[in-house]
Design a protein. Structure first.
Length: 253
């Protein structure tokens, strides 16, 4: 009798353990890819509560949330033969859990390798100036290229960002000298443009004075007023020769 009771208890415990192992719960952002005797079942299980056949079914749980992938620094040679060290980050998520499990051994490692090789290949097609000034355009090219490569694995790459670009110190000094020379050039161009505009205005003023000689006298009086307002101990008062011309003519006659 006691043996029969122990057998029933053992069977009950075994049944509970088997039942517990067959009950699975997947969160809202998870899916369970189930293999039944090695064959892939469609569709994936979840979210919520579902049951597996003990011993027969095997499940691989897949996370559907966006994953941040830090791409290690890569040594690249730009199109204009400048060595650079570039670091980037990629954001991707699983859109097809079956493909992510059945089409590639490790989707994380595969995406990392594709990202590294694509980063070196794409940046090698652009010059250093493009890499520094057209970062958004290069990011879009990287995203489209990596996404097309990972699409068969059920991986959707939503964004790729180049975080940091390191160049040799001698190249940094050369770029600083180039930037300084460019600033000096712009300053000289602006100064020359200002002088040209001032000369144009002087030419216009000369034409006005030529048509209206009284304007020169008014300008002369204004200059005297400005000189008189200054704190000068000595004032040189230039007098136009036209003022003395009548007196000279009278004395000569």
């Amino acid at each position: 009798m006691e043996i029969a009771v122990l057998f029933v208890i053992a069977a009950l415990i075994l049944f509970i353990l088997v039942l517990a192992s067959s009950v699975k719960v997947a969160r809202e952002y998870e899916r369970g890819v189930v293999f039944r005797l090695g064959r892939l079942l469609d569709p994936p299980k979840g979210p919520g509560l579902f049951f597996l056949i003990p011993v027969v079914d095997r499940m691989v749980k897949v996370d559907l949330r966006t994953i941040t992938l830090n791409i290690p620094p890569q040594d690249v040679i730009t199109k204009d033969n400048v060595p650079a060290r570039v670091q980037a980050v990629a954001y991707f998520r699983i859109v097809d859990p079956k493909s992510a499990v059945a089409q590639v051994e490790n989707f994380m490692a595969a995406t990392m390798q594709v990202s590294q090789t694509t980063l070196r290949a794409i940046l090698g097609q652009h010059s250093l100036d493009e890499l520094l000034s057209e970062r958004q355009k290069i990011n879009e090219i990287l995203q489209e290229t990596i996404d097309s490569a990972t699409e068969p694995w059920g991986v959707k790459v939503s964004m790729v960002e180049v975080k940091d670009v390191e160049i040799p110190s001698d190249m940094q000094r050369a770029m600083a000298r180039q930037a300084e020379a460019e600033r000096e050039r712009r300053a000289k161009v602006i100064n020359a443009e200002g002088e040209y505009q001032a000369a144009e205005r002087l030419k216009d003023a000369a034409l006005v004075i030529e048509e209206h000689p009284i304007a020169l006298q008014l300008r002369y009086l204004q200059t005297l007023l400005e000189i008189g307002g200054a704190n000068n101990s000595t004032i040189i008062f230039p007098a136009p020769i036209d003022l003395f011309k009548p007196f000279l003519e009278r004395n000569l006659s």
